[in-house]
Design a protein around this ligand. Sequence first.
Ligand code: AMP
Ligand code: TRP
Length: 326
Amino acid sequence: MSTKRVFSGIQPSGDIHIGNYMGALRNWVAMQDDYATIYCVVDLHALTLPQDPARLLQARLRTAKILLAAGIDPHHSMLYFQSQVPQHSELSWIMGTLASMGHLGRMTQYKEKEDKGGQNLGLFSYPVLMAADILIHRVHAVPVGNDQTQHLEFTRDLVGRFNARYGDFFPLPEQISPPVGARVMSLQDPSSKMSKSDPDPGSRIIVTDDADTIVSKLRRAVTDSGREVAYDLEEKPGISNLLDILAAFTGRGVAQLAEEYAQVGYGRFKDVVAEAVIFGLQPLRQAYLNLEDSQVKQIMDEGARQARTRAEETMTALRSLIGLSD
Ligand code: AMP
Ligand code: TRP
């Protein structure tokens, strides 16, 4: 049996937070043992919102460094910048010719960003490029948080259309999301997800935050009425989010944790969560501080070289399949 292939991507549009870590990154690292893993800093996706060139350049590098510090091992995984592998864009164009405009218009992420004043073709066709990212390596599975479910469904729909027309070329990629932490909520508003683009930095914990910052962000996290620590998404969304975070960082179940901390009070409970997060992120933070920019650049260049070779194999077969070469 051949090893299954996995692809996932992350945008360099801001600092990586514990939502990214719990929903995606931790899984990426774990999957390296059992799958052929391919991970990408999707810098072309970041252009769908206005970016300052100098800051984008810095953010790409920082994102790559965090992935390495979190445990993505370039000897096990292919890791690269999307823009360095032009086959992603070529495949995106081809898949776009099969995409349903109606389906694209219904994407929650598109509607949200459109509401915030973002209107450009890239934002609309974003899921097509994401599908191309996944399909260029013909992978079987995609580890992502729950907010990507619609995009994965869209990708599967495109695979269905392509395969129906040209024969069985792409595997149908399945989504892999963790049982806990697939949707971490904002510390300041537990009804919206923790997000890189939230204007309030207090809404998220960055994976490289120092201990004092983590303690103070958690102390300021909004909680709910009442005093008892309990898992109740309706009545206590703030505390339930903190329980999810604690569960993800300790590997223990939320029910058991809720029982243990039921009576300690919100203040003490937040400090327990802070301690677990600080401890859990410590190795990443240390590794991050030890990595040199030049090392990271070299790893990314080598990753792109490998990825171009692999992506070109797919494109060669595909061009001949659809009548663009013989
Ligand atoms: P992004 O920040 O949009 O580039 O997302 C990178 C990865 O992190 C994707 O797999 C997302 O599904 C995941 N992710 C983003 N925000 C969260 C969140 N608040 N909770 C869990 N996973 C998330
Ligand atoms: N759309 C994803 C996000 O916002 C990022 C992404 C781009 C991605 N291409 C991908 C994730 C391919 C998985 C596979 O988080």
